[in-house]
Design a protein around this ligand. Sequence first.
Ligand SMILES: [Ca+2]
Ligand SMILES: [Ca+2]
Ligand SMILES: [Ca+2]
Length: 446
Amino acid sequence: MKVTPNPLTNCSILILIFSLNRREKQNWCWSLFNGIGIICSVIFGVILLLNGASPVDAAVVKVEKTDIGWQLLVDGQPFIIKGVCYTPVKVGEDPEDLTMRDWMIVDDNNDGIIDSAYQSWVDYDRNNKKDSDEPAVGDFKLIKDMGANTIRLYHHSSSNPKIQSLSRNNPLFDHAPNKKLLRDLHQKYGLWFAMGDFLGAHTIGSGATWEKGTDYTDPVQRKNMMRSVEDLINTFKDEPYVLFWTIGNENNRADMSRTNAQFHPEEYAKFVNEVAKRIHELDPNHPVALINGETTMLDMYRRYAPAVDIIGINTYFYFPGGFGSLWRDIDKLYDKPVFVEYKNAHPTIQGGSLDEIIDYRLHVESWRDIIRHTAGKSQPGNAIGGFKFQWLDTWWTDWDPAFQNLAKDGWHGEYHGIASQGDGHNSLFIRQLRHVYYAYQEIWKD
Ligand SMILES: [Ca+2]
Ligand SMILES: [Ca+2]
Ligand SMILES: [Ca+2]
């Protein structure tokens, strides 16, 4: 686990060893040197303590292609991503109105404990009340018990006012990240985090106005986005829970991302490559995943973005039995390891609630298709796992964030949760676990 030793720590240790080795010499000159060495060691140690620094214990994560296909390796061991997208939103809050808060700091019962992380509870009898046999358990214990090993976080908050201003001072991102919390979740539950930067999606990080959207031909905006990414890497690169970095979130789709990548694919792909190279300079220990909507523009990445390590696909399509020709299509266009972020894009709603049987069957088939295309199984062996979108129903996606309503186009984006928020009272604490939770518990246990 130990990598990239802190040079300050090394310096202190070297001086200390040097002074101890020479201690037997009585020469006054050596004594003076020893004295200086010990004093320096103490000063460096104090500086480290004051800075809250700790020994570097980031994992070494790599991707590797062999005869059997692509694999993600964590400290040398093959790793399949059993992932969950995690963005719990309290009923009534809406990121589009800049009212959504960061779950990492939400403590609405004012007890100093982060609510969703440690105090959510399962409403087993679905009566929308917390009964005596429904104790606070917390989302990450539930997610761990479901068998997941990785959480996807889309974008990072920052303590730097200049970086905050690039996200329109959005309350989601306008504060220091809660690294202590993430460390605890890693230590307690063994969960890894895929840490993201939107790279201008939804205008976050670019400094563009919402009306104009992010422009990848604008050198000022590109500089802003690079700074935002550098802030992410420099903040988290030595943290033990980082699995890899994600950049973008289907920025190739203008309708979904408010960027012009779709209209300037070459400029976008070249910028992505610059960003991936910069990340590798700052942090050689974690790969870079580009998140794309479906498989359009992969040929551009092949030509102009070879520095990307992993391609993540947000997919809305489902074919009987899984993802159809997705794995082969990607292999032909862009020879990289692949993970998918997937959902039941057309949830069947019966009598105002999700048809959980249809939903869980679809998810089981999707997961089996992922596993079928991992290294050593079906060709091309390029799958490294997937992220289920998402942990909790959101109520802001369509119309009023105070109501859970259907979409006019059948996408029903407010019903993608592994857990629902019941009737909306007791948000953000209540969890009604759907059948899909128990389905994953079964298929992810190996
Ligand atoms: Ca609390
Ligand atoms: Ca109950
Ligand atoms: Ca709604």
